[in-house]
Design a protein around this ligand. Sequence first.
Ligand code: HEC
Ligand code: HEC
Ligand code: HEC
Ligand code: HEC
Ligand code: HEC
Length: 176
Amino acid sequence: MNKTIAAVLVFATLAVASVALSQSFSVQMGANKGPAQPIKFSHKIHAGKLQMDCRFCHYGAYKSQWANIPAMSTCMGCHKIAVADRPEIIKLTGFWDRGEQIPWVKVHTLPDHVKFNHKRHVQSGFQCQECHGPVQEMDVVYQYSSLKMGWCVSCHRQNLNDQKRPATMDCLVCHH
Ligand code: HEC
Ligand code: HEC
Ligand code: HEC
Ligand code: HEC
Ligand code: HEC
């Protein structure tokens, strides 16, 4: 067994414990399944009703390893005017005026020993919804897929012989 995998195994025990904890925690969050956020931002309104493209806010997912969370200037482009008198928008404007970041609660996390790259998956043609579910119908975003190794690997297995974009089962492609 090489050193990297041995290290992975050590991390693994920790990862399992923290995953178990965070999962039992998220179960207690109730009907919406996602964590309470500092501003009641709804994908169902913005990506659903208003039909905004995911790209408008999460361009990072198309261009880099990480999908960015949009800066407040993206919101304020509309909300300096749009429904500016509603309580949640007054709260939003408060963060903006004070020059504070909105402390959004992270929904998805992979353990540190795993490598994942958005651009690579998105550019090979996968829709966001394939992994994140029907986000445009979610008032509160929740983790739709397990993000377990078995989930990653089963899709990689189905795409092993793809001519244009063969996936791999190589441990070290996914693990540091
Ligand atoms: C108007 C901007 C906007 C649009 C459009 C938008 N999002 Fe988001 N997205 C956000 C913000 C802000 C957050 C952080 C707050 C939250 O989790 O609700 C977020 C969070 C997320 C998360 C969770 C991130 C985490 O913490 O793990 C996912 C997944 C996501 N968006 C996917 C999508 C998809 C898929 C689409 C298109 C169907 C989309 N978003 C469209 C602004 C947007
Ligand atoms: C393209 C314009 C646009 C952008 C960009 C946008 N919004 Fe909105 N947002 C709207 C409109 C229009 C509504 C009202 C929709 C309705 O009530 O049907 C709305 C509604 C909301 C509401 C609900 C207000 C309420 O109480 O009814 C919140 C909260 C909100 N937006 C937060 C945000 C945040 C945070 C961002 C940035 C991540 C953002 N919006 C980006 C146009 C936008
Ligand atoms: C092949 C599966 C897959 C696809 C396709 C995918 N994502 Fe993700 N997404 C993930 C995983 C896995 C994570 C957790 C990454 C981490 O924690 O390192 C994630 C995390 C995120 C986050 C949180 C920030 C981050 O980078 O960790 C956002 C926002 C997000 N995705 C948006 C999107 C959007 C928008 C699309 C479509 C353009 C998309 N994703 C396509 C699997 C996917
Ligand atoms: C829906 C199918 C699907 C899922 C789910 C998926 N992958 Fe992939 N992945 C692919 C395909 C197909 C490729 C090959 C893409 C290419 O070569 O353009 C790939 C490529 C990769 C690569 C190689 C990228 C590079 O830069 O060399 C890594 C690393 C990777 N995936 C990690 C993961 C991890 C980690 C997960 C789970 C958290 C995951 N993938 C989930 C389909 C998937
Ligand atoms: C397509 C990406 C991918 C490939 C290929 C992959 N892994 Fe993983 N692995 C993950 C992800 C994501 C996790 C974290 C989630 C979890 O623990 O299930 C993980 C977790 C693990 C863990 C922690 C165990 C656990 O249950 O938490 C070990 C050990 C591991 N991988 C070893 C390997 C070995 C050995 C290989 C090669 C035979 C391999 N992995 C190939 C994505 C991958």
